[in-house]
Design a binder for this molecule. Structure first.
Ligand code: RP5
Length: 169
């Protein structure tokens, strides 16, 4: 994990081990920003009681944001949101015969009152960056790291543009 010594600020939850490769990309961003996190496989329909225990434990131990990824009917983010007042970011995962459209609609169409912030299909990178942005509202050091991250992105685009036009008369 990002920092074994510190208590997790972000909890990453996935419905199945088949979700792992995509969810690891969220973890990679948290590692880059040195944010301690915990990662679990806890299905909302296969182990609902364990999921509830974990959400309650996370909340009481100082987690600030949940990132939840699931495929198919994808109720995991909504179920977590029903169990906590903390922000939940849902990642619809590409899976099954509908190519992730089912998970996207399941997660984004939460009924009013229990929101889930939803990113694009398989976009675990954006889910993690959104979590970092949420944490940065009370952490100036993190806000500075985000500004630097964006500056590097902008510089990379400008370099590609310059390289593209280097040999143009
Ligand atoms: C969801 O069903 C999981 O999030 C996964 O994306 C999908 C398929 O799960 P497995 O049958 O591979 O365990 O609960």
């Amino acid at each position: 994990m990002a920092d074994q010594q510190s208590k997790p600020l972000v909890a990453i939850v996935m419905g199945s081990d088949s979700d792992f490769a995509v969810m690891q990309k969220a973890a990679d961003i948290l590692i880059e920003f040195q944010i301690p996190y915990e990662m679990r496989i806890l299905s909302a329909h296969r182990v609902p009681n364990k999921l509830k225990e974990f959400v309650e434990k996370s909340e009481s131990e100082g987690v600030k944001v949940f990132i939840a990824g699931a495929g198919l009917a994808a109720h995991l983010p909504g179920v977590i949101a029903s169990m906590t007042y903390l922000p939940v970011i849902g990642i619809p995962l590409l899976s099954g015969t509908l190519n992730g459209i089912d998970s996207l609609l399941s997660i984004v169409q939460m009924p009013g009152g229990i929101p889930v912030a939803t990113v694009g299909i398989d976009n675990s990178k954006n889910a993690a960056l959104l979590a970092v942005q949420i944490l940065s509202t009370s952490n100036n050091e993190l806000a500075d790291k985000l500004k630097l991250y964006r500056k590097k992105m902008a510089d990379a685009v400008l370099k590609k543009d310059a390289d593209l036009n280097k040999n143009v008369m």
